[in-house]
Ligand binder design. Structure first.
Ligand code: HGY
Ligand code: MN
Ligand code: MN
Length: 403
């Protein structure tokens, strides 16, 4: 199959977007609704308009570029996100948004026939690093999360998403719906690169549970307090971390404590308070449910054993999702037609596609993450494979738009 897209333009757009949000320290920070995110949004909107697409922004700040088809009806949407985790790489999310933009630029420019409308989407706050829950914008879009609740989400400094959305000028009023959804993304894991495969045909997305946990013990003198008289919240948190890491490993699940605060935080003071986040995931619904219950029991057990008080707040949950067989087959067929080595695989990362899968025909395409690295500056994928993945995305969009 011939290549349709302008690969140089796609690569150049990825590199230009990748420069946005990079601070003097060299770190790329485009946390949702931050100034860095605004700058990236502004650039994307500029490109959408230059491509002659109809720019739309909805009430939670999701950005769309719509290319009308010859028939009425809801668009086939291809999207991802441009917000990042702290100190991020340049590929997570951006590959999907810019490949979708390049696909629509090409379809419009070459006047390729498409009965159904098409749209590129950039979803607000996919990462959940600043505001919880993650996949916030797409969850509001499909109706899983009430707009008011999403706008009321607060970051660690207490600022609300609604205030930040207004501050950066992205509280829109457009509405649209998806008739099908495609997402192209870097794998963010080690399997394709380790097996030297070119394309991942994604079969589904992991489920996850997240909590904010606070253990309150007794601050005391580090030198005079015997070990058996301590009520150290960090010991409780450490016991929990070890117990649940082992439990997750046994079940091929994953358990992460990504954010920890210890106070008062002095070298010679036994901590009085520990706050930390938990991210627990499995692609198997039964395993996730079982470990969810086990985790909440362990949180309480470790508190009891160390004599500390506990506050445990669930902050996010999504069940594992599977994509429709016909959509998986579509991606696989085009990967084969393009002579690209490929395998079916689940996604250990969450994606906006997870909110669409239960509602409309949905599929994802992966390209390898070199060394399996992601959510870090070392994140790297082969630009040629990214262009090939974008060609498959275009194949799928054109087929969906004329079905
Ligand atoms: O956390 C995730 O899995 C995604 O990268 N937001
Ligand atoms: Mn992502
Ligand atoms: Mn991510």
């Amino acid at each position: 199959m011939e290549n349709r897209l302008n690969h140089e333009r796609l690569i150049a757009s990825l590199e230009e977007l990748g420069k946005i949000g990079v601070g003097k320290d060299g770190q790329r920070n485009r946390l949702a609704l931050s100034d860095g995110d605004k700058a990236a949004r502004d650039l994307l909107c500029k490109w959408i308009k230059e491509a002659g697409l109809d720019l739309k922004i909805d009430p939670i700040g999701n950005i769309f570029g719509v290319l009308s088809g010859t028939e009425d009806g809801d668009p086939v949407i291809a999207g991802s996100h441009i917000d990042t985790v702290p100190n991020a790489g340049m590929f997570d999310g951006c590959v999907g948004v810019l490949s979708a933009l390049e696909a629509l630029r090409t379809i419009a420019g070459k006047k390729l026939p498409h009965r159904r409308s098409l749209a590129v989407a950039a979803w607000t706050n996919e990462e959940g690093s600043r505001f919880l829950p993650g996949v916030l914008g797409s969850s509001v879009f499909v109706g899983d999360l009430p707009l008011e609740k999403a706008l009321a989400a607060r970051d660690f400094s207490g600022v609300t998403a609604g205030d930040e959305l207004a501050r950066i000028g992205y509280a829109g009023c457009d509405t649209l719906k998806a008739s099908a959804y495609m997402e192209f993304h870097v794998e963010q894991g080690p399997f394709l690169d380790a097996q030297k495969l070119e394309i991942g045909v994604v079969t589904g997305i992991t489920g996850l549970s997240r909590w904010d946990v606070t253990y309150k013990g007794e601050a005391n003198h580090a030198g005079t307090t015997p070990m058996n008289l301590r009520h150290d919240p960090l010991v409780a948190a450490s016991k929990l971390h070890l117990a649940m890491s082992a439990a997750a490993a046994e079940k091929n699940a994953v358990f992460t404590v990504g954010h920890v605060e210890v106070s008062p935080g002095a070298v010679n003071v036994v901590p009085g308070r520990t706050f930390f986040t938990i991210d627990l995931r499995s692609q198997d619904r039964t395993v996730l449910d079982e470990l969810h219950v086990r985790c909440e029991a362990e949180i309480r057990r470790c508190a009891r054993e160390e004599g500390v008080d506990v506050e445990c707040i669930p902050t996010d949950h999504s069940d594992p999702v599977s994509f429709a067989p016909g959509m998986i087959e579509k991606v696989e067929r085009f990967a084969k037609l393009r002579g690209l080595s490929n395998r079916r695989m689940g996604s250990g990362a969450g994606h906006d596609a997870q909110v669409f899968a239960p509602r409309v025909p949905t599929a994802m395409i992966f390209v390898p993450s070199i060394g399996g690295k992601s959510h870090c500056p070392e994140e790297l994928s082969d630009m040629n494979l990214i262009c090939q993945g974008a060609e498959i995305l275009t194949d799928c969009l054109l087929e969906l738009a004329n079905e």
